[in-house]
Design a protein around this ligand. Structure first.
Ligand SMILES: *Cc1c(COP(=O)(O)O)cnc(C)c1O
Length: 339
């Protein structure tokens, strides 16, 4: 299968499986799992933060961050299109009584400064207490502009807000920008990082931040059921992924560029955007029906996401030859269509 639905589909490599098999384990709720503790120290160090916490998923990592930053009746400022607002089941509101204040962004993950400033509520019993700004990097594949990040986080700090980065794909941002993880994390109080996006680890996210924050987050992780026991083999997979697979992410970007170029040359397809490991397309014919194309691709072992909002994601488990095969499949299909 050539699976372009997401980079979450990457599988553990043979060497990663060996590392997982041999990883020392203990009860992590007791703080006894050496592989988890090692990963936490490793990533705290790499991101320049005081402490880190291993969690089962990125969604839980963001949720625990929101619960740790905000109290009931507090709010966080967030882009309308951000994962923490749109794609996490409203968890902060459901479980924390935390109100999101979604803002219309620039479709780049950037929030206009004036809009941000205007959204911060005065201290008054009528209003929720604005406590936190969250950004996302990469945002729909795009790397956040570093100057913009510096300006928005400075504004947040001036206004007494904490700052959180959803860095699920921060490795892609690092690969594309040449910046270190530490430099990308520096403007934020806390950052959530996924090890199962494009990196081959079966599960796991890490939340990094100040010591006292991580202590609070450890409590919330337990509350939401994320305290795990002998989970060291998963943590070892994550550390292996960060060490060995993260530096290779740039190759995923090259695959996305090749895919975008190939698709752009086909009559009937417009490539609307390509950034890091993502390609977005639109089909020019307004009567275009996605189902037969889906079926055609599936026949050739190619899996893609919903074709009403077509996004293709490249990753380490698709090769350049696979990309060429995908382009050829699209070309054949659209040639038959226009013939
Ligand atoms: C995937 C993703 C998450 C959540 O990670 P899960 O492991 O799927 O829970 C959070 N933020 C962004 C931007 C993501 O892409």
């Amino acid at each position: 299968m050539i699976d372009l639905r997401s980079d979450t589909v990457t599988r553990p490599s043979a060497e990663m499986r060996r590392v997982m098999f041999e990883a020392p384990v203990g009860d992590d709720v007791w703080g006894d799992d050496p592989s988890v503790t090692h990963l936490e120290h490793y990533l705290a160090e790499r991101t320049g933060k005081a402490a880190a916490l291993f969690l089962p998923s990125g969604t839980q990592s963001n949720l625990v961050a929101l619960l740790s930053h905000c109290q009931r009746g507090d709010e966080y400022l967030v882009d309308q299109q951000a994962h923490t607002y749109r794609l996490e089941g409203g968890g902060a509101a459901v479980l924390g009584g935390i109100q999101p204040q979604p803002l219309d962004g620039l479709n780049t993950g950037e929030l206009p400064l004036a809009k941000l400033k205007a959204a911060i509520k005065p201290v008054d019993p009528h209003f929720a207490r604005t406590r936190l700004l969250t950004l996302e990097n990469t945002f729909h594949g795009q790397v956040l502009d570093a100057d913009h990040v510096a300006q928005t986080t400075a504004l947040a700090r001036e206004q007494g807000l904490a700052t959180h980065l959803d860095g699920a794909r921060i490795g892609n941002a690092a690969a594309a920008s040449g910046s270190s993880l530490e430099a990308l994390c520096a403007p934020f109080d806390t950052v959530s990082i996924c090890c199962s996006k494009g990196l081959g680890a079966p599960m796991g996210s890490v939340l990094v931040g100040p010591e006292a924050f991580i202590a609070t987050a450890t409590r919330w992780r337990k509350v939401v059921g994320g305290g795990l026991r002998q989970v060291g083999s998963m943590a070892a997979a994550c550390e292996y992924a960060l060490d060995h697979h993260l530096p290779q992410l740039i190759q995923d970007h090259e695959k996305a560029e090749r895919l975008a170029a190939g698709l752009a040359a086909i009559d009937g397809i417009t490539v609307t955007a390509q950034a890091t490991n993502m390609v977005f397309v639109a089909f020019e014919d307004s009567a275009f029906a996605p189902e037969p194309l889906h079926a055609w691709l599936a026949e050739q072992g190619i899996l893609v996401g919903a074709l009403y909002a077509p996004r293709f994601v490249t990753h380490r488990d698709v090769s350049m030859a696979d990309i060429d095969q995908v382009v050829a499949a699209f070309r054949d299909y659209f040639q038959r269509l226009t013939r």
